[in-house]
Design a protein around this ligand. Structure first.
Ligand code: A2P
Length: 271
């Protein structure tokens, strides 16, 4: 059938809620984890910490999921971190994207992991499991975050060492970055933990908080809602276990209408 004929399937038409962008870079961290970058429409604006619906056209329809943006708002391209689930409707396909392929990027980023949803504080603790690291990769490249906080802690917990995505970027490249290096040096504290392989720290975030080990190892006072602010991004089970721990310590959840002492991202891709 002639693709231009009026009877051609509306199939290939990108719905108006999305930008069609081109993949420019793909990196596979492990069999279950990859990152990719794509071009950025000049009209695509977002705030560090936000997520957006992204995906592919499948059988003429957009197949999309919520993904936090990894790249910083000032960067030219947009980057995402994804799991690969072999029978996952989207990630079973998305994992095969290659440079030059088209992807859909939603026009309306949103989300709760914004510094404006937190009351002023001294130390910002960012807790992530797995791909939950993504929004924090954007936040730690946002100068405003370092203007607001004396310290920013990124606590990333994964099952296997190879899943510590962006570890070299955080520990090596970022401190040497021409513009951001000085700002993050001394302020950014990275604390990785690996639960199912030998590693210097082999505890879940929950255990790191309950035992006081995280703060002790970083030379910080015990976690307190007086001075500390918390952002978290991970699985539902992780949120369910983390929230009571924080609430028991007097932390109050913030959102887009009321700032608080902690915020949680509930949109998280598991398929
Ligand atoms: P663990 O290996 O002890 O299950 P997942 O891939 O299941 O989302 O897990 C990613 C990381 O998050 C793993 O290190 C896992 O630890 C940890 N994790 C999973 N569930 C929780 C939870 N409820 N609270 C804290 N950490 C969790």
């Amino acid at each position: 059938m002639d693709a231009n004929s009026p009877t051609a399937p509306a199939a290939s038409k990108v719905p108006p809620a999305f930008f069609e962008q081109k993949v420019t870079w793909v990196h596979h961290w492990t069999e279950k984890l990859f990152s990719f970058r794509c071009t950025r429409d000049p009209h695509f604006r977002f705030v560090a910490g936000q997520f957006v619906m992204i995906g592919l056209m499948v059988e003429g329809k957009p197949l999309v999921r919520a993904y936090s943006v990894v790249s910083a708002p000032w960067e030219e391209e947009i980057e995402f971190l994804s799991i690969k689930v072999q029978n996952g409707p989207l990630t079973s396909r998305l994992q095969h994207v290659q440079v030059g392929d088209s992807v859909l990027i939603g026009r309306k980023p949103t989300g709760t992991l914004l510094t404006e949803n937190l009351l002023p504080g001294k130390t910002l603790f960012c807790f992530a499991t797995g791909t939950g690291l993504a929004p924090f990769m954007s936040l730690i490249r946002e100068p405003e975050v370092f203007e607001k906080y004396d310290r920013v802690v990124v606590q990333h917990t994964v099952r296997e060492v190879a899943e510590l995505a962006y570890r070299d970027f955080i520990t090596k490249d970022l401190p040497e970055h021409e513009l951001l290096g000085e700002m993050v040096a001394g302020k950014l504290l990275y604390y990785p933990s690996v639960t199912r392989e030998p590693f210097p720290v082999q505890l879940r975030s929950t255990a790191l908080i309950e035992s006081g080990k995280l703060c002790a190892d970083l030379g910080l006072p015990a976690l307190s809602p007086e001075t500390d602010r918390v952002m978290m991004c991970g699985s539902e089970a992780f949120n369910a276990d983390m929230i009571p721990l924080l609430e028991a310590r007097g932390f109050v959840e913030g959102n887009n209408s009321n700032p608080g002492s902690f915020v949680v991202e509930k949109a998280f891709v598991t398929k």
